[in-house]
Design a protein around this ligand. Structure first.
Ligand SMILES: Nc1ncnc2c1ncn2[C@@H]1O[C@H](COP(=O)(O)OP(=O)(O)OP(=O)(O)O)[C@@H](O)[C@H]1O
Length: 910
């Protein structure tokens, strides 16, 4: 039993009262509120005194007894909080004439909040402190009663006739279809409060610029559960009503007419009924009728007035003499309310109460048992113990479920986005898209079980029960962040495509179940990752991305996802390399252009030198012929001189001798002259030859210079190409190391020579045999060659080897090897100015070598080499027809390259 607590609060003069020069008629002294008796007749005392639980003097802020919002909360609000935590219902309502300060006390301005915000904040603070031991669930509803109709202040729309009030046999009156909002923190409550206050009906009256024209009931439903001492379960649910009533008023004082007058009539009807209820309850007449149902307000507050609630009434009054009669009426009202006695009880969960009572009985029975065993008591004890145990287990299970639901609900969040409200969750979930039911307005969000299966079907007990589906329609498995849909007995589709096998679903996937249900899969972690990577997936891209996926099993899907990721990575790397290759080609083009100019200059220079040399050579030839003439003449003169000398020896006549001597002297002089000229000519010739040699040297130097420039360019190009090949190889290696990779695009060529657009790594050879791995074309071809050889060897081992097939194998091997040589030649002779290309045509056109004899059984190998050719991989086969020297002896084994010319083939016998 607990009486309704009553507090009176007087506000400061308002502007209107100040303007009127109003006089204060209220005094307060401790718990006593005194009103100057303005209607006193002879013999009346000067004051009418009322005593309440609290009298709050909020008239003059400078007064030392001034009651602040804080003080009012400390004395009233904390009691409400305590009642809720103890498991009691609580009600705090403000009553008073319009403009007397009810809203100020209950809600207050933002900078000086009133009781409702302070109570809510305190409740969440306390929950935070005690969270270790207990679990809490709080939901909020906010309604107003306007013109006797109930409106949901937190709903986007309300039915025109208002919401209906009903009465539950045990739980009492309630408003059907009123929205309840789960709240997890004070901020959330504050948002809802603000939203509701904005929706509340207010209007300006003579008494108050923003007069509340409705009764507002803000309700917190507070549920707490936990294990108490000795593992005793405890679970309570409290309802906390915080009520701001519309002002009681006189039509003449408020100046109300028309709509306001009608409002006033309804408001007064509610308040008159409230007064009647209070009077009836206060008089405590047994069996007297309490007219709760005469007004919606009293009906809804039935429990708070004389029922199961700890109730506090705050009577707000004006201090001014002009409001004397209203204030006196309020004080009388409040005074009567003091007499209402409620019967608050702890709202314990019925099962928990039963468990507690059973434990008490068990305790008593154990005491009764004493020393002697009394079979009847023992049987009763055992029965009660078993019941208590099963009830406790049942409750614990329910409690665990409740905790899970709470956690789930806490994962949910509502936030405003412009005019929209976003319902979000931080856990993977499915959102129902109700296509068939055009009247459905809510959004249903289903959380998936963490790291496990979520069964969807029509059967009771399924995790998600959806009507119209097969009993066990499908399962969604969530493991390590990957969700997989596995159809069981019903039709399932993912992104519009039917699936009968397990299919991975990812952020945004649309899941169709049966005919009517469509659910969208959301994975906040995956979505966040995609956002981080800057990948915006349109519905079509999601659709396109998963079309082929649907036929794959889970493992293949994972591989497919990995393959796509690697393919993207590969494409990116390839793009970078192509870019680099383009830059390299550009540089190469520039270098070639410079080289060409340099070559032209040098060529010009060489031509000039060569012309000079030609001229010099002509002169040398001229010189040489002149020299030869001189030398001939010199020889002739010498011979003549010798003849003359011989004649002188034979001649006796002095005269003739003298004449001969003179001729000889003359001839000698001429000979000397000739010899001198020969020497000079020889010197000139040597000079000219030296000049020619110099010109030759210059020519050689010019040639070398051009060659060096060409070589440098070639070397640099080759080095860059090598580096790029390495990078390319490392690219393919890296990708292979990480898993399978999809086929590169068909333009996956890679060459550096600007004037030779050959495809060095043709796309088909860049693929491994599986078509998934990525290897260099050379590697892929070598592998094919090795495989083909192996095939031939295996065929040869077979006694019943099919000759035709063997010939085909060999022919294919030859083809592969030709391809290998072509490829290697391309790679070696890829650059302009590089090594000369080999005359492949002759090799390619060689007649194919075929097996003529029967299969042979023993094989060994020796190396083949050809001086003119690149090293060749020896190919084994038994006998050949095109090579005469390779004899098809029964046990002869010959290794030979089919690309070698017959003359280059060797013969080997074992
Ligand atoms: N304790 C107080 N201290 C300072 N100002 C107050 C106090 N109480 C009320 N007021 C002021 O008085 C005016 C009227 O108060 P309020 O709106 O709370 O009245 P009300 O009783 O809710 O009126 P109505 O029934 O018309 O809604 C407001 O401007 C408010 O700020």
């Amino acid at each position: 039993m607990a009486s309704v607590k009553v507090a009176v609060r007087v506000r400061p003069f308002n502007q209107r009262e100040l303007d009127m020069g109003a006089k204060a008629v209220i005094r307060m002294d401790g718990k006593k509120t005194r009103i100057v008796n303005l209607s006193k007749t002879a013999g009346d005392v000067g004051f009418k005194d009322f005593t309440f639980d609290h009298s709050y003097w909020s008239f003059e802020p400078s007064d030392p007894d001034f009651a602040t919002q804080e003080q009012v909360f400390e004395e009233l609000g904390t009691e409400v909080v305590a009642s809720a935590f103890e498991g009691y219902n609580a009600c705090l309502f403000a009553y008073g004439q319009t403009g007397s300060g009810k809203t100020f006390t209950m809600t207050g301005p933002p900078d000086d909040p009133g009781l409702i915000p302070r109570i809510c904040e305190a409740m969440f603070g306390k929950m935070q402190e005690e969270q270790e031991d207990k679990n809490y669930r709080v939901d909020v509803s906010y309604l107003e009663i306007y013109n006797e109709k109930v409106r949901d202040l937190l709903a986007s729309s309300n039915p025109s006739g208002g919401l209906r009030v009903r009465e539950h046999p045990r739980q009492g009156p309630y408003v059907s279809d009123l929205s309840h909002h789960l709240v997890t923190c004070y901020d959330h409550v504050a948002q809802l409060m603000e939203r509701g206050n904005r929706a509340r009906c207010t209007a300006a009256t003579n008494m108050n610029d923003t007069s509340s024209r409705s009764h507002a009931i803000f309700t917190l439903t507070f549920r707490q559960a936990g294990l108490g001492a000795e593992g005793l379960p405890c679970e309570t649910t409290s309802k906390v009503h915080l009520v701001d009533l519309a002002g009681s008023e006189r039509a003449d004082a408020t100046g109300a007419t028309g709509q306001r007058l009608k409002e006033g009539a309804h408001i007064n009807k509610s308040l008159v009924t409230l007064g009647s209820v209070i009077s009836a309850l206060a008089e405590k007449r047994v069996g007297s009728f309490v007219p709760y149902r005469d007004a919606v307000l009293t009906w809804l507050l039935k429990d708070s007035l004389g029922g199961n609630s700890k109730t506090i009434m705050v009577a707000a009054i004006s201090p001014a003499d002009c409001n004397y009669s209203e204030t006196l009426s309020t004080l009388r009202y409040a005074n009567r309310a003091k007499n209402i006695v409620n019967q608050p009880t702890v709202n314990e969960d019925p099962n928990v109460r039963l468990i507690r009572e059973l434990r008490e009985e068990i305790y008593k029975l154990r005491g009764l048992l004493g020393e002697e065993t009394q079979p009847k008591v023992l049987a009763e004890l055992q029965q009660k113990e078993a019941k208590e145990k099963s009830l406790t287990a049942e409750w614990a299970e329910k409690w665990r479920e409740t905790q899970a639901i709470l956690r789930e609900q806490q994962a949910l969040g509502l936030r405003k986005a412009g005019r929209g409200v976003v319902l979000d969750s931080d856990r993977p979930h499915l959102v129902a898209i109700d296509q068939d039911d055009r009247l459905s307005t809510g959004v249903t969000l289903y959380h998936l079980n963490r790291n496990g299966d979520t069964v969807i079907g029509a059967a009771e007990g399924s995790d998600i029960v959806l009507p119209g589906l097969e009993p066990h329609h499908c399962i969604v498995t969530l493991k390590d962040g990957i969700a997989v849909l596995t159809p069981k007995n019903g039709y399932c589709s993912v992104d519009g495509l039917a699936t009968e096998t397990s299919s991975r679903i990812s952020q945004g996937s649309l899941i169709g179940l049966g005919r009517a249900h469509v659910l969208r899969y959301n994975d906040p972690a995956e979505a966040a990752q995609l956002r981080k990577e800057g990948r915006v997936m349109s519905r079509s891209s999601l659709f396109g991305g998963s079309t082929s996926d649907l036929n794959l099993n889970v493992e293949e899907r994972e591989l497919e996802t990995e393959r796509r990721r690697l393919a993207r990575e590969y494409e990116e790397r390839k793009r970078q390399l192509d870019e680099e290759r383009r830059r390299l080609e550009e540089r190469q083009r520039e270098a070639e252009e410079q080289l060409r100019l340099r070559e032209e200059k040098l060529e010009e220079q060489r031509r000039r030198i060569e012309n000079k040399k030609e001229e010099e050579l002509e002169k040398v030839v001229e010189e040489q012929s002149q020299l030869r003439i001189l030398q001939d003449e010199t020889e002739r003169r010498r011979a003549l001189l010798k003849d003359l000398m011989d004649q002188m020896d034979e001649e006796q006549s002095a005269e003739t001798l003298e004449a001969i001597q003179q001729v000889i002297i003359l001839q000698r002089e001429e000979l000397q002259e000739l010899e001198k000229r020969v020497v000079e000519r020889l010197a000139t010739l040597q000079e000219r030859q030296k000049r020619v040699a110099e010109l030759d040297a210059q020519l050689e130097a010019a040639r070398e210079e051009v060659e060096t420039a060409r070589l440098a360019l070639k070397e640099r190009t080759e080095a860059e190409l090598q580096a790029m090949h390495k990078r390319r190889a490392s690219l393919s290696l890296a990708l292979n190391g990480r898993g399978r990779l999809g086929p590169p695009s068909s333009d996956d060529s890679f060459h550096t020579a600007t004037d030779q657009p050959q495809t060095l790594w043709p796309p088909d050879s860049a693929l491994s045999d599986s078509g998934l791995g990525l290897a260099s074309p050379g590697e892929a071809l070598a592998r094919k060659v090795a495989q083909q050889k192996e095939k031939i060897l295996t065929a040869l081992e077979d006694e019943n080897c099919d000759k035709e097939a063997l010939n085909d194998h060999i022919a294919h091997l030859q083809e592969l090897q030709r391809e290998q040589i072509r490829l290697e030649t391309k790679m070696n002779g890829n650059f302009k100015g590089g090594p000369a290309r080999r005359p492949l045509e002759a090799e390619v056109d060689e007649p194919p070598i075929t097996v003529r004899a029967n299969a042979f059984r023993r094989h060994s190998a020796f190396e083949l080499s050809s001086p003119n050719r690149m090293p060749l991989t020896p190919v084994m086969f038994s006998s050949v027809t095109s090579l005469d020297r390779v004899t098809p002896l029964g046990r002869s084994l010959v290794y030979c390259s089919p690309l070698l010319s017959p003359a280059s083939c060797s013969e080997f016998s074992s």
